[in-house]
Design a protein around this ligand. Structure first.
Ligand code: ADP
Length: 608
């Protein structure tokens, strides 16, 4: 599997091998999605391809029969001519029905395939590790995939059918031309070539152009969301950011549009020149057919048919070559989709359900971690031991590495050096769900799921169902019982004003739900709370801190309010990712170092 850092080469046009494999894999998706539907479309396509040349042949028979009937004046000849009228009308009627059916079936395929591809993308996105999905390149690939690749596989298939249709039409036209004027076959083929070569050149251009500017598109989407998103509305309105944001948005649009126009302008000019060339070729052929007919070599019926065949043939050549160039572009995009689907997910592949030292708890053993591209480590040789039934307090200024430590303790990041062990087993070796079951986390910032209250709590156990009692206990642990009791629909209340019947909560209320979520998993013997009381009122905070720990459960608590940590068995003070002081409250105060200073700073305003 490719590494995301190298998966997108500097030159974004992928090699031929990848393109061929992308086309083959798209076909495999379709075959899996709806084999019957695909076969039906193929059959209808072939019928739709054969009917127009057949109609031309019938019209030749009709005109010749009309001329003969005029010559002879016989009733029998008149009947023959009338019969060809009926046959021709029947063919055209069938063609009409087949084309409508094709449209209908293709719309079905579009929906089915779009869904199948969207699922593949979302499935992949959901399986990336935190470190992977945070990589800007992975984000870019995801956005690109969602934006283009979902529609492109369908386009690729449709072009495949276009090729089939044009090829069948061409073969039948070639057969008809071969019988009366074989050299027109060469004329017909030559007429389509210039457009093909031009298009082939352009499609690579367009692809390079659009992939190169995905960072701008990302920025444009973000600016758009800042203006429309309700979460950003407060600051946008208060600080009057609307015009400035729109200004940036428009600037980006104009830059991108200018490039767009240049590209399309070039395509239009060259495209029309090539179109004129094609028409000239057709005109030459038509002049020859008319001249030769006047000289008596072709019947009137043949003349009409040959002119029609030449026109249809040239269209078919254009369609065939156009489908090739179009699919070239689709394949380039689809290749990117598969590059995303092939990315390494970076997830723990552990399989073990228990460690060799049950009851040992959580250990950090000289753990270091550096974010990709960061100048220095966010955690630097951090060691501590959290044994069952104990509380650990984490203190440090913003950016000192507390949240990073939480993510490593939850197994979301792998250390660059050192080990994180649970019951003596490295987190990477734990089976991911077994590990998740052992650890309840309240993250900072936590997600406010704009779903029901129930979903917000049950998210803590993978969105499976909590018994009413367990729900009550979780709400009580999050100090959310009263809050939920006051909601008209209780735990079934839909949250967020984004939905018509949704109820909006305050920051502190959301925080209570996040806390209840962290407590939802009662099997967890380690609870990690990152700033759990930051948005709580003083009373709630005191109540939370006074709550006893369930037997055997250990707690990691991050708090800026040092008074919250007085009861902790050990307190770790982090600075620039390093532990600078460790001990319990009394020891650290006795040490008279940074912790003691910080504590005095926080305590003094109340004392005076
Ligand atoms: P704290 O929780 O103590 O405020 P963090 O652990 O969030 O600190 O951050 C520690 C350092 O890592 C900071 O310098 C921060 O800029 C950096 N950092 C945090 N998250 C990321 C991330 N997702 N990608 C890159 N750097 C990050």
């Amino acid at each position: 599997m490719p590494d995301p850092d190298t998966a997108i080469a500097d030159d974004p046009v992928p090699p031929w091998r990848d393109r061929v494999s992308a086309a083959a894999r798209t076909l495999a998706i379709i075959a899996r999605t709806r084999p019957g539907l695909t076969a039906a479309i193929a059959a209808l396509t072939i019928i739709a391809a054969l009917l127009p040349p057949a109609a031309l042949y019938i019209s030749k028979l009709l005109i010749d029969a009309v001329v003969a009937a005029i010559d002879t004046g016989l009733d029998a000849d008149r009947m023959v001519a009338l019969r060809w009228v009926v046959v021709e009308a029947a063919i055209l009627a069938v063609l009409l029905v087949v084309r409508r059916l094709l449209l209908f079936e293709k719309a079905r395929l579009h929906a089915e395939l779009g869904f199948a591809v969207a699922r593949l993308i979302l499935d992949k996105a959901s399986r990336f590790s935190l470190a992977r999905i945070e990589l800007p390149r992975v984000q870019e690939m995801l956005i690109h995939a969602k934006q283009f690749a979902a529609a492109r596989p369908y386009a690729l298939v449709v072009r495949g059918f276009d090729v089939l249709q044009a090829a069948v039409t061409l073969i039948s036209i070639t057969a008809l031309l071969a019988a009366s004027a074989p050299w027109l076959i060469i004329l017909m083929l030559l007429g389509g070539l210039p457009a093909f070569i031009g298009n082939l050149r352009f499609s690579g251009d367009a692809y390079r152009f659009y992939t190169a500017r995905s960072p701008q598109m990302r920025e444009r989407n973000y600016l758009e969301s800042l203006v429309t998103n309700e979460a950003a509305a407060r600051e946008r309105l208060h600080y009057g950011l609307g015009d400035a944001l729109l200004g940036r948005y428009s600037g980006l649009f104009r830059d991108m549009y200018r490039g767009d126009q240049k590209l399309q302008g070039r395509q239009a000019v060259i495209g029309s020149l090539l179109g004129v060339l094609g028409s000239a070729v057709f005109l030459g052929g038509k002049l020859w057919i008319v001249a030769v007919t006047i000289a008596g070599r072709f019947s009137l019926g043949q003349m009409t048919m040959l002119i029609g065949l030449l026109k249809q043939g040239q269209n078919a050549v254009n369609a065939l070559l156009g489908a090739f160039t179009g699919s070239y572009e689709d394949i380039l995009y689809v290749t990117r989709l598969f590059a995303l689907l092939d990315l390494e997910e970076g997830r723990n592949a552990g399989t073990l359900m228990a460690g060799p030292a049950p009851g040992d708890g959580l250990r950090f053993d000289a753990v270091s971690f550096t974010y990709p591209g960061a100048p220095g480590p966010a955690l630097d040789r951090v060691s501590f031991h959290l044994s069952p039934g104990t509380r650990l307090g984490l203190v440090g200024i913003n950016g000192s590495g507390k949240t990073t430590l939480v993510k490593l303790a939850a197994g979301l990041y792998q250390p660059d050096a050192g080990r994180v062990l649970l019951d003596g087993l490295s987190l990477a070796e734990w089976e991911p769900t077994a590990l998740a079951r052992r650890i309840g986390v309240m993250f900072q910032p936590h997600v406010n799921f704009k779903l029901s209250v129930r979903d917000n709590i049950e998210a803590g156990i993978g969105l499976s169902s909590l018994s009413p009692d367990a729900m009550e206990r979780a709400l009580a642990s999050g100090l959310a019982t009263e809050l939920v009791g006051s909601l008209a629909e209780g735990v079934e209340t839909r949250l967020s004003k984004r939905f018509a019947e949704g109820v909006e909560l305050s920051g502190g209320q959301w925080q209570r739900l996040a806390m209840a979520r962290a407590h939802a998993n009662e099997d967890a013997d380690i609870l990690i709370l990152d700033e759990p009381t930051a948005a709580l009122d003083a009373e709630a905070e005191a109540a939370f801190m006074a709550a006893p720990l369930a037997p055997g459960r250990s707690l990691i608590l991050i708090s800026h309010r040092l008074s919250n940590l007085r009861t902790a068995d050990q307190i770790i003070l982090l600075e620039h990712g390093r532990i600078i002081e460790a001990g319990n409250h009394e020891t650290l105060i006795g040490l008279g170092g940074a912790y003691a200073d910080l504590f005095a700073l926080q305590a003094d305003p109340y004392r005076t």
